[in-house]
Ligand binder design. Structure first.
Ligand SMILES: [Zn+2]
Length: 168
């Protein structure tokens, strides 16, 4: 590595960690600060807060194309926390799949008069699955993204202290 290469420091403010785009964090679990066996590269997305007034509309691809910002960060998870988040992701995808099945069945079958609300229920379940996946089943969340940096939430206090000491 070149000596004159500009190194952007990671910064910690409260429970928020600021890292540069594409940063590779140390091999420590972000949830418990124990040694991490797994390094996960995660794509994070963020939209400006004012977009929330549009509610679910923000999930539409055309809106996302213009306002959504993306970033990558690689972080560590210990085997225990890796299992937990894998399981939560599995649940989230199962909910999404259930929503898709209900919506599809609404369009392919016209036999059941009982299922008048099936499309509506399917859409609600689909959204719930997406929201669960984005906000609960994810180890870290982006609270701000621009071209050079990401601000992330979800790291434990011990880990944040460790990162702060690392940069001193
Ligand atoms: Zn852990």
């Amino acid at each position: 590595m070149k000596a004159n290469k500009k190194y952007q420091k990671r910064t910690v403010l409260g429970n928020i960690l600021t890292v540069k785009q594409g940063d590779k964090l140390p091999a420590k679990c972000i949830k418990c600060n124990s040694d991490a066996k797994i390094g996960l590269k995660q794509k994070l997305t963020w939209i400006p807060t004012w977009m929330y007034i549009f509610g679910p509309i923000r999930f539409y691809p055309i809106i996302n194309k213009f306002v959504m910002r993306r970033g990558f960060v690689t972080f560590g998870l210990c085997p225990k926390h890796y299992k937990i988040f894998n399981f939560l992701q599995f649940i989230s995808w199962s909910i999404v799949l259930l929503g898709i099945i209900l919506i599809t069945m609404h369009f392919v079958s016209n036999i059941s008069a009982l299922m008048n609300y099936q499309l509506f229920i399917g859409i609600i379940i689909l959204y719930l699955g997406i929201i669960f996946g984005l906000y609960i089943a994810t180890p870290i969340k982006a609270i701000y993204i621009d071209k050079t940096k990401l601000k992330i939430k979800g790291c434990c206090k011990k880990y944040l202290n460790f990162i702060q000491k690392l940069d001193k």
